[in-house]
Ligand binder design. Structure first.
Ligand code: BGC
Length: 737
């Protein structure tokens, strides 16, 4: 029995991370010091310098009349000039959710492509997120970027959201913890990271005008809590506000979201940048927006002359402009950009970085089904039929601004139409090692055949002749577009049904960014959810198939049995107008409202628990090639302890989950702690959790109210399979934000 595992329930508890090979990320104390320096610089600024840092451009040749980017700009999402007289460096921004983004190949380089966000979250491993962030940050620095548009933490309120792949999970504790670590990792490179998109950006359909209706307590206990935990843990120096409206106001011009919640209540000191094309007008500044990003995408450039004129005429605006500069400079100084700026041309150890991507991909794969222990496969299998999913090329990746491709670009790009750079934006990219190659490398002497699956009879014939058939099924997801339903596209369900009927030893490998329906589930011997696995996704899949890696991923989102189980049967606005990436309303009076008060703060599994519904696969679910037992639960104050044991024959890892199940005798389910625990065969480890009291509380305008009374907690293998439970009395408690 080895050392005790400390669970990650509190924003202050730290995992015993393997020592990072990077500097320390800025702390709250560093931010406080930077604030004082920023104040001095603001004092020294001339009036005409005060709108330099408040407006950004896209340094990309995307528009016919786009001016030539400044000489020191790096092709990426954004550029804000510096102020040389005051030693303030330019801000060079790249998207970086899953790697330094590809920007449609315009930068002519590649970068390490990590598994998608939801895949990384399936590891439930903060260390993986930290290392991923640290790796992406190092690469960004070497490419000359100093601001990363990363930290996507919008909760999966709708599992059809096109950006589910880019975000993390449906739970505030899991998402907040993981995003905080990713941000710490990025910022350990002396660069700024965002957390985004603040807030309630839960769908892509009509994203620039959908109005999210939600009561404050529900918002505070769900989406805002995820941000809050992420901000506390990661100290992001920037927040990117969202496209959508919240309770009638554009998120990037919402006094409530920006001034009241973020800056006043959470006491956050960094700067708010807008999303690209999300600024309705100059008033956004008074409502708390500090920087207009990619201003050419807005209806006007508001944060230069228009803002300066306001500041000249009105002391209230002048003070606001000073505060905008103060906040941007605080971030610059806290990250140390002026002392040690990023420069293009730095050395990048792509092999070492690929190993980080591979480790993440291995830990992310979720084993959903394994009948009769068909997996792991024997390496001496004679004949293996690999079918479909471009498995001879690479693994699928998600589309939109986060699109990342390794050096050399995608292995296959399936065009979906469009013109110029936008065509590159709407192509499905397969990249990294081909699963077919990785499978052949595992089973060196096997005859491995490949069929693309377009002719079902031929695929069936191959499956019949083989010891085992492995069908790869893909469903592309992209920013700007939600899914209509949970079906696999292009007849893949029919292909899988035919192959599973032909060979009972058929394994289905899913490469998806969202949950999918599995009408063939009963006849598939095994199913793996491999997500969008990044540049080493193919190797990771083969490693799990042949048992070199014991699967340990657990679902960070619920896979519903049908859309009828969701709070909304369709994504609001879906079918009502044609989706387009720019997201502008087809006519100015087009309105879409999404009522999040239906589920309130009961997002995902909490909604399923409230309704007593059984998911296809619940939140937290994941099988292994070994077996585990959890027990000995004891809760004292806000500390829970228990033991996890590997009861099988193989070393493996599981994710211990602790749920609140009842409050004051009433059913209420919330994840309050978790830990990924690695165990040798037969090994047991004690685990302890510090429960963040906010997870037990109701948010009220006075603070987080924990009522005195009985609280029941249960250990869970997932959100539905709950084991030992205990009930304890908690005293009343009021926690301020
Ligand atoms: C996305 C952001 C991204 C920005 C810059 C927007 O369309 O919503 O997440 O950072 O573009 O590329």
């Amino acid at each position: 029995m080895s050392g005790k595992i400390v669970l990650l329930a509190s924003a202050t508890s730290l995992l015993a991370l393997a020592a990072p090979a990077f500097a320390q990320a800025p702390t709250a104390a560093d931010v406080a010091k930077a604030q004082a320096r920023a104040a001095a610089t603001v004092k020294a600024m001339k009036p005409e310098e005060k709108t330099i840092l408040t407006k950004g451009i896209m340094p990309l040749p995307l528009f016919p009349n786009a001016p030539k980017p400044p000489a020191d700009a790096v092709a990426g999402a954004g550029y804000i000039p510096g102020i040389a007289r005051l030693g303030v460096p330019a801000l060079k921004e790249s998207d970086a959710s899953l790697g330094v983004a590809y920007v449609m190949g315009l930068r002519k380089d590649g970068s390490t492509a990590m598994p998608s966000g939801v895949a990384q979250a399936a590891t439930w491993n903060p260390e993986i997120l930290y290392k991923g962030g640290a790796t992406i940050g190092a690469e960004a620095r070497a490419k000359g970027f100093n601001v990363l548009l990363a930290g996507g933490v919008n909760l999966t309120r709708d599992p059809r959201n096109g950006r589910t792949f880019e975000y993390l999970s449906e739970d505030p504790l899991l998402s907040g913890t993981l995003v905080g670590e990713a941000i710490r990792g990025i910022q350990s490179n002396g660069i700024i990271s965002t957390i985004k998109h603040w807030a309630l950006n839960g769908q892509e359909t009509g994203r620039k005008f959908v109005d999210i209706r939600i009561a404050e307590p529900a918002a505070r206990e769900s989406d805002i809590l995820a941000f809050q935990l992420g901000i506390e843990r990661g100290q992001p120096l920037s927040v990117m506000c969202a496209y959508n409206k919240v309770n009638g106001d554009q998120a990037c011009a919402s006094d409530w979201l920006l001034n009241k919640v973020l800056k006043k209540d959470l006491g956050w000191k960094g700067f708010v940048m807008s999303d690209w094309g999300a600024v309705p007008g100059v008033e956004a500044a008074i409502n708390g927006l500090d920087q207009q990003s990619g201003a050419e995408l807005d209806k006007g450039v508001f944060f230069t002359d228009v803002l300066a004129a306001k500041a000249k005429a009105d002391p209230k605006w002048a003070a606001r402009v000073d505060d905008m500069n103060q906040r941007i400079l605080t971030a610059i100084y806290a990250a140390g950009l002026d002392k040690n700026d990023a420069k293009p041309g730095g050395a990048i150890d792509y092999d070492a970085h690929a190993k980080v991507a591979e480790e993440a991909a291995k830990q992310a794969i979720v084993l959903l089904k394994n009948s009769g222990n068909v997996l792991p496969l024997a390496k001496n299998a004679k004949r293996i039929a690999v079918i479909g999913g471009y498995a001879n090329s690479g693994v699928l990746s998600g589309g939109g601004s986060s699109q990342t491709n390794p050096v050399g670009g995608p292995k296959a790009a399936i065009p979906l139409g469009g013109d110029g750079p936008w065509a590159a934006f709407s192509a499905q990219h397969y990249h990294g090692t081909a699963p077919l190659t990785a499978i052949q490398a595992q089973a060196k002497n096997a005859e491995v055949t490949y069929r693309d699956g377009s002719i079902i009879a031929d695929a069936v014939d191959q499956a019949k002749k083989s010891d085992v058939a492995i069908v790869f099924a893909t469903k592309w997801s992209t920013e700007g577009q939600d899914h209509a339903d949970f079906s696999l596209p292009n007849g893949q369900d029919a292909l899988i049904a035919a192959v599973t009927a032909a060979n009972p030893r058929t394994i289905v490998v899913l490469e998806t960014g969202n949950p999918v329906a599995m009408p063939w589930l009963g006849s598939a011997a095994a199913v793996l959810e491999a997500w969008f696995g990044g540049m080493r996704g193919g190797d990771a899949i083969a490693s799990v198939l042949f048992g070199e890696t014991n699967p340990s991923g657990h679902l960070p989102i619920t896979f519903p049995a049908s859309a009828d189980q969701l709070p909304r049967q369709k994504v609001d606005g879906y079918w009502d107008f044609e989706p387009n990436f720019m997201g502008d309303p087809p006519t100015p009076d087009t309105k879409v409202t999404a009522d999040y008060n239906i589920e309130g703060s009961d997002v995902g599994y909490r909604w399923f628990a409230r309704k007593g519904q059984k998911a296809l696969f619940p939140f937290g679910y994941g099988l292994s090639y070994t077996s585990f037992e959890q027990g000995g639960l004891n809760v004292k104050g806000l500390t829970a302890s228990f033991t996890v044991k590997n009861t099988g024959q193989k070393a493996g890892a599981t994710v211990a989950q602790l749920y609140l199940t009842k409050r004051g005798g009433e059913a209420k389910q919330r994840l309050v702690g978790f830990a990924r625990v690695e165990l040798a065969a037969g090994e047991a480890k004690p685990v302890s959790v510090t429960i963040d009291p906010r997870l037990l509380a109701d948010w009220t305008p006075k603070g987080w109210v924990v009522k005195a009374g009985d609280y029941s907690f249960a250990l869970g293998e997932d959100a539905e399979r709950l084991g030992q439970s205990v009930t304890v009395k908690m005293p009343a408690k009021l926690v301020k934000d």
